[in-house]
Write a protein that binds this ligand. Structure first.
Ligand code: NAD
Length: 408
C-alpha cells in the first residue's frame, strides 16, 4: 500500500471513533493543491540537468501551509502528499495557526556539489515563487535539507519579492532570522514527552535504540545521553552500531563527521537496519524513513515504547499489532511536532521583528507540547483508544471548528 494510502487509512479509521461531518472527512482525503515542477540547473560541468520537484498544499483552514522540503533520491508525489497530510494533522494537534504542506525534490544531495545544491535550492524557490509567502505557504527543512539551504531559499525569496521577507522560510541560521532552539527542537519536543511518559510508566534508567542519525536522531541521542539513558544502538543509512554497555554518543558524532556514517565506529558491533529495530529495549525511536515497522517485522519488535520522531514509520497494519501487544506508540503527529512548533515561533518572531532567547523558546515549546500531550493521554485513557487515534481526534475537532468558523 502506498504511503499516502496508509495516511488516509488512519483518517478513515477515525470515522468509527469521532463524530465529525462527513464533508470534513471528504475534504481531508485530498490535498487542496499539488504543484509539480521541473527545475533546470546548469551543473558545474556545464551540463544542463532537470530536477523534478513537488509542493503539496494540503490544507489551509487554520493558516498558511507549513511544511519542510525533502531532498532525497526516493522522493515521490505519493510520499509528499502523505507528509503534507500529516503536517495538517500535526499543526492541528498543536493548535497553531498554520496549515499543512510539504515539498520535495528528487535528488541525492550527497551526489552533487555545494554550488549545485545552492542553484537547485534557489531554482526551487524561483519556480514556485508565486505560491510561497509568509501568509500563503512557508517552507522549512526536512530530510536532506539544512539551515544553510534555508538561508539560500530565504535570500532568493527576498530578491524576487523585492524586499527581505524572512518569515517566508523557516529553519534558517540564527544570523539571518532563524530562531534559537530550532536546531534540536524536533528531538527536544519528543524528549519532553518521553521523559513524562517514562515516569508515568515507572521506567528508570531506560535503554534506547535510535534509527537514523540526522537532525532528529542525532539530537535525540545527545539528549538521551546527557540525561544518562543508555543508548544501546543507533543506525544510519549504511547500518547500525551497537554496544551492550551503551554507546558513546559524542564519539559517534565525531566519527560520523569524519566518515559520513557511524557504521564501523570503534567499540561498536555492526548490525543491519532491521536488526536494530528488533532489539530488546525500553524505547525505540524511529528517526529516518516511513514504513519501517510493517506486518513483516512487527511481531519481532520488543520495545515497550515507540517514539515516532520520523513521519509514518509504522504501517496501519503493524500499528494494530503493536496496540494489541500493549506497546505504547507516541504518534508522529505529536512526537515530532517540536520541529514545526519552533518553526512557527521563528515565523512569529520574523513577523514581529523579535528575537526570543533560548530559554523563552524552550519554555514556549514546553507550553505548546505538554498540554496537548496531556490532552492526548487523557482522551486515550477515557475513550480507550490509541494515542494516535486520540491525537487525530483532537486535530480533527480543531479542523472542523476552523472550517465551520470560516464558513468555507
Ligand atoms: P536527516 O536528513 O537529517 O537525517 C536522516 C537520517 O536517516 C540520516 O542519518 C540517514 O543516514 C538516516 N537514514 C536514511 N535511511 C535510513 C535507513 N534505511 N535506516 C536507517 N537510517 C537511515 O533527516 P531528519 O531531519 O533527521 O528527518 C528524519 C525523519 O524525521 C524524517 O521522517 C522527517 O520527516 C522527520 N522529521 C524531521 C523534522 C526535523 O525538524 N528535522 C521534524 C519532524 C519530522
Amino acid at each position: 500500500m502506498s504511503i499516502f494510502q496508509n495516511a488516509i487509512k488512519q483518517l478513515e479509521e477515525m470515522k468509527a471513533i469521532i463524530n465529525i461531518s462527513p464533508e470534513i472527512y471528504k475534504l481531508l482525503e485530498v490535498p487542496q493543491r499539488i504543484l509539480q515542477v521541473n527545475i533546470p540547473i546548469k551543473m558545474d560541468s556545464g551540463e544542463l540537468r532537470i530536477f523534478e520537484g513537488y509542493r503539496v498544499q494540503y490544507n489551509n483552514w487554520q493558516g498558511p501551509y507549513k511544511g519542510g522540503i525533502r531532498y532525497f533520491e526516493g522522493v515521490n508525489l505519493d510520499e509528499v502528499k502523505a507528509l503534507a497530510f500529516w503536517m495538517t494533522i500535526k499543526c492541528a494537534v498543536l493548535g497553531i495557526p498554520m496549515g499543512g504542506g510539504k515539498g520535495g525534490v528528487i535528488v541525492d544531495p550527497k551526489k552533487i556539489s555545494k554550488n549545485e545544491i545552492e542553484n537547485l535550492s534557489r531554482g526551487y524557490i524561483k519556480t514556485l515563487f508565486s505560491d510561497f509567502g509568509p501568509q500563503k505557504d512557508v517552507p522549512g527543512p526536512d530530510m536532506g535539507t539544512t539551515p544553510e539551504i534555508m538561508a539560500w531559499m530565504a535570500d532568493e525569496y527576498g530578491k524576487l519579492n523585492g524586499a527581505s521577507a524572512p518569515a517566508a522560510v523557516t529553519g534558517k541560521p540564527v544570523e539571518v532570522g532563524g530562531s534559537l532552539g530550532r536546531g534540536n527542537s524536533t528531538a527536544k519536543g519528543g524528549f519532553m514527552v518521553l521523559e513524562n511518559l517514562l515516569s508515568k510508566m515507572d521506567i528508570n534508567n531506560p535503554c534506547v535504540v535510535i534509527q537514523g542519525f540526522g537532525n532528529a536522531g542525532m539530537n535525540m541521542a545527545k539528549l538521551c545521553a546527557e540525561k544518562g539513558y543508555k543508548v544501546l544502538a543507533i543506525s544510519d543509512s549504511k547500518g547500525g552500531a551497537f554496544n551492550s554497555d551503551g554507546l558513546n554518543v559524542n564519539e559517534l558524532i565525531d566519527f560520523k563527521k569524519l566518515n559520513g556514517t557511524i557504521y564501523g565506529a570503534p567499540r561498536t558491533e555492526l548490525l543491519n537496519n532491521q536488526e536494530i529495530l528488533e532489539l530488546a529495549c525500553d524505547v525505540l525511536v524511529p528517526s529516518a524513513l516511513e514504513n519501517q515497522i510493517t506486518e513483516e517485522n512487527v511481531e519481532r519488535i520488543k520495545a515497550k515504547i515507540i517514539l515516532e520522531l520520523a513521519n509514518g514509520p509504522i504501517t496501519p497494519e503493524a500499528d494494530k499489532v503493536l496496540e494489541n501487544k500493549g506497546i505504547v506508540v507516541v504518534p508522529d503527529v505529536l512526537a515530532n511536532a517540536g520541529g514545526v512548533a519552533v518553526s512557527y515561533f521563528e515565523w512569529d518572531q520574523n513577523l514581529k521583528g523579535e528575537r526570543w532567547s533560548d530559554e523563552e523558546v524552550s519554555n514556549k515549546l514546553r507550553d505548546l507540547m505538554m498540554p496537548n500531550f496531556f490532552k492526548m493521554l487523557e482522551l486515550s485513557r477515557d475513550s480507550h483508544i490509541s494515542l494516535r487515534k486520540s491525537a487525530f481526534a483532537i486535530a480533527l475537532k480543531r479542523l472542523e471548528e476552523a472550517y465551520n468558523s470560516r464558513n468555507i
